[in-house]
Design a protein around this ligand. Structure first.
Ligand code: BGC
Length: 778
């Protein structure tokens, strides 16, 4: 631990940014660290802001500068604006606040902005922020569900609509997209991201940034996007939120950071640092990662915000003894804005008095915050976000709901379908809908619901009722609620199931069982849901299970015994109609898993793209291989899995290297009797390289729609740099030799493959998984 004086004396601020991350904590030698910092750190001398920003910097007092760095909570996330008191307005007049989060509303925020612009000395506008993660008032499926559409247009459209609504309600800035790769379903925040794969995650990151930020941030209907949580937040030890990431440097750069690189290339205006540490270095004070990788190597010039109170929590991590020391570490590392700890506005002055060199870091941080405000057009037209009529017209507009319904239907993943269980094509009869989650509108909003309201949601039950064909009667029994041990409703549910022709059983997790600080040690269904499922399956009736969840669950019993299993995740305001579209066969399901479903809790974490190892898993238990004794080696449902009401045939994958590009093509035919979508997935394997390479890695995908009997050719164009092997943060080696590409409908169903030869190696500086493959359909 360091006191502020020690920080200066021992040169801790001068940590090397070219040293390996692992060596970082040990690097406190003045001479070595100072010279390396000078080489690569982004310095004030190299940074020229606009004339307006430079002018303001020249005019601002130290207090005004520190005020810009402070982001205050205008309320709690479920009690917005509650802290906007007269005393708070005085702080704004004094220039002691740069931004508010957990605020909303065109009208209330107009007054706050007016005070900042008209009554503070320099008239610097405020930034208003909120976690608009999967919708503002029109709530879309939770992000892991949206990832399941495997379609960039959907991701972009949902983010665009979210931005249109939120900006109309006075907001400038969203803390989204959350692009943490998650491979451990115990981690509750897996619900907020794009799943387990860096390529899929990178594509979703780019589409969302483009959707939020639109063509121009100054447009008035766009939001500054925040890629979060920078570091390796998605890999906490034991799946426990906020825990240490114990990962090697190669995994960090090959698997966890590519979506962040992709977000910088898409122009993301801000990033948020992660709460946790990587091998003992908290991301909020990780200069090598923030100032080194993100800013110096990747040329990210946006605004970096800490997570909630994370600067103060550097003391809990045990890397700072005082608040001032914590502030100094975060500022030096490259954090510009302090979310709620108050340290930058209250104690940084003390740190700067002790180490005047910090002033240059301070000016950089202030300059970046003012630049973000400038990019948003706030200096020119601060009131553009406060038009009450626009707010009324935008929120929950009919076309927004329509998009939410379509995207929700495209998110649903059909895991199993036997005995022609789905679609339910009945012209008459009785369908029993069983399960409290079927009627739970609130759960469909998931984690981070912004201004979403349960009364806006069409529940699964209402959707199934309203969409039912004439002659089909829907009857309902709650059975059991996931949050309760009360099983007294089971008897009625069983009787109702027995009385029906078909049963739709809705089981899973309540919305509050996934999300922040919602890690679980058990991936099986909650007890009451298991009991309900087993009682209903015991009836011997034809049962289709609808899974409601924010994380992959271990459902071996259901998978074995139900006729059909449809993973609906949590689908947003149009959950019911979207489910009805699928259940009654209006639309064929085509969602694909962005993360695999384990057979048991003990099988997590897992990824399809692990290294093969020296003794790859073998089904034969007599051999000593990389597997468990007590369950099969495959996941219950693998990455990319998802069935359709139709069937698809793949031709041979063909192609090779042409003019330095890898060009591949495959014919795909809808061989069934329904119009349906297929997600064509391209995987790569580098069979022999200087280091072990993943078993297979996703390198392209394309969701296509085909009429029955129709065929199309899907073309994929890649760069050899997409096969580059990480050497060091800025050095990616493309090795000459063979690459094998596979194509198919999931990571477990690879229909055909082709070998490609890379003749010449070269060095790239781009994380391989962040590079987009061009996919085209003929
Ligand atoms: C979360 C962030 C979120 C912030 C503000 C934190 O607890 O980790 O993802 O943006 O709160 O609400």
């Amino acid at each position: 631990m360091f006191k502020i004086d020690d920080v200066v004396k021992r040169g801790v601020r001068a940590v090397t940014i070219s040293a390996s991350l692992l060596a970082l904590a040990a690097c406190q030698d003045d001479a070595v660290s100072q010279s390396t910092r000078d080489e690569t750190a982004v310095t004030r001398a190299q940074t020229q802001f606009s004339q307006r920003v430079e002018g303001l910097l020249a005019e601002m007092t130290l207090e005004e500068k520190l005020g810009q760095l402070h982001q205050a909570a205008g309320g709690r996330s479920r009690n917005l604006n509650s802290r906007l008191t007269p005393e708070e307005l005085d702080r704004v007049r004094a220039g002691a606040v740069g931004s508010y989060l957990h605020v909303a509303g065109a009208q209330p925020l107009a007054e706050l902005q007016r005070v900042a612009v008209e009554e503070s000395r320099l008239g610097i506008p405020l930034l208003f922020a909120m976690d608009v993660v999967h919708g503002y008032r029109t709530i879309f499926p939770v992000p892991i569900a949206m990832a399941s559409t495997w379609d960039e247009t959907d991701w972009q459209r949902a983010a665009r609509i979210s931005a249109e609504e939120a900006s109309a309600a006075g907001l400038h800035w969203t803390f989204a997209p959350m692009i943490d790769i998650g491979r451990d379903p115990r981690w509750g925040r897996i619900v907020e991201g794009a799943g387990s794969d860096p390529y899929l995650g990178s594509r979703m990151a780019v589409a969302q940034v483009q959707g939020y930020q639109g063509e121009s941030l100054a447009a008035g209907d766009t939001l500054l996007a925040t890629a979060k949580h920078f570091g390796a937040y998605g890999v906490p030890t034991g799946g426990r939120d906020y825990g240490t990431a114990e990962i090697g440097e190669r995994s960090l750069y090959e698997a966890y950071l590519p979506p962040f690189y992709a977000a910088t290339r898409a122009g993301a205006g801000s990033m948020m640092t992660a709460f946790n540490d990587i091998d003992g270095v908290p991301s909020t004070s990780n200069e090598a990662l923030i100032d080194g990788t993100l800013r110096a190597r990747w040329a990210f010039d946006g605004l970096i915000v800490s997570d909630w109170n994370a600067i103060a929590e550097l003391m809990n991590h045990g890397v700072a003894e005082t608040r001032a020391a914590a502030g100094a570490l975060a500022l030096q590392a490259g954090v510009d804005m302090d979310m709620t700890s108050g340290i930058f506005v209250e104690e940084l002055r003390q740190a700067i008095d002790a180490d005047p060199a910090l002033e240059a870091d301070l000016d950089l941080a202030v300059g970046r915050i003012l630049t973000a405000k400038e990019r948003l057009g706030l200096f020119d037209d601060p009131m553009v976000y406060h038009q009450v009529q626009r707010e009324q017209a935008e929120l929950l507009a009919a076309d927004h709901r329509e998009a939410a319904r379509a995207i929700a239907a495209r998110s649903v993943v059909l895991l199993k379908n036997e005995n022609a269980a789905l679609p339910l094509e009945l012209s008459e009869g009785r369908v029993a809908v069983i399960g409290a989650l079927a009627a739970d509108a609130s759960t469909q909003l998931g984690s981070w619901r912004a201004q979403g309201r349960p009364e806006d949601v069409v529940s699964l039950l209402d959707g199934l009722r309203e969409g039912a064909p004439e002659g089909v009667e829907i009857v309902y029994a709650a059975g059991a609620d996931p949050l309760s041990d009360d099983l007294s409703g089971l008897e009625e549910a069983v009787a109702l199931a027995r009385s029906a022709d078909r049963v739709v059983l809705v089981v899973g997790e309540n919305f509050d069982m996934s999300g922040e600080a919602r890690s679980r040690s058990d991936l099986f269904l909650p007890d009451s849901q298991r009991a309900l499922a087993s009682a209903i399956l015991d009836t011997g009736q034809p049962v289709s299970v609808i899974l409601v969840t924010g994380r992959p669950l271990a459902i071996p019993d259901i998978a074995a015994r139900a006729d059909a299993v449809l993973n609906a995740w949590m689908l947003g305001v149009e959950a019911g109609p979207a489910l009805a579209d699928i259940i009654y066969g209006e639309t064929s399901p085509a969602g694909r898993l962005p993360v695999s479903f384990p057979r048991s809790t003990g099988a997590a974490p897992f990824t399809y793209s692990e290294y093969p190892g020296g003794r790859p898993a073998d089904p034969d238990l007599a051999r000593d291989t990389n597997r468990y004794m007590d369950q099969p080696i495959t996941p219950l449902y693998g990455f990319g899995h998802g069935l359709s009401y139709s069937t698809f045939d793949y031709g041979a994958l063909s192609g090779g290297v042409v003019q330095g590009e890898i060009r591949l093509a495959v014919d795909v035919t809808n061989s069934g009797d329904r119009a349906a979508d297929e997600v064509v997935q391209l995987y790569m394997r580098d069979p022999v390289a200087s280091v072990a390479r993943p078993r297979i890695e996703l390198r392209g995908f394309r969701r296509i729609s085909l009429e029955p009997g129709a065929s199309t050719t899907v073309h994929f164009t890649l760069s050899p740099a997409q096969a580059a092997v990480f050497q060091s943060p800025g050095v990616w080696q493309v090795e000459p030799g063979q690459l094998v590409f596979h194509v198919g409908g999931s990571s477990l169903y690879l229909a055909s493959s082709v070998e490609v030869t890379i003749e010449d190696g070269f060095i790239s500086d781009v994380p391989a998984a962040a590079i987009a493959t061009r996919g085209e359909t003929e």
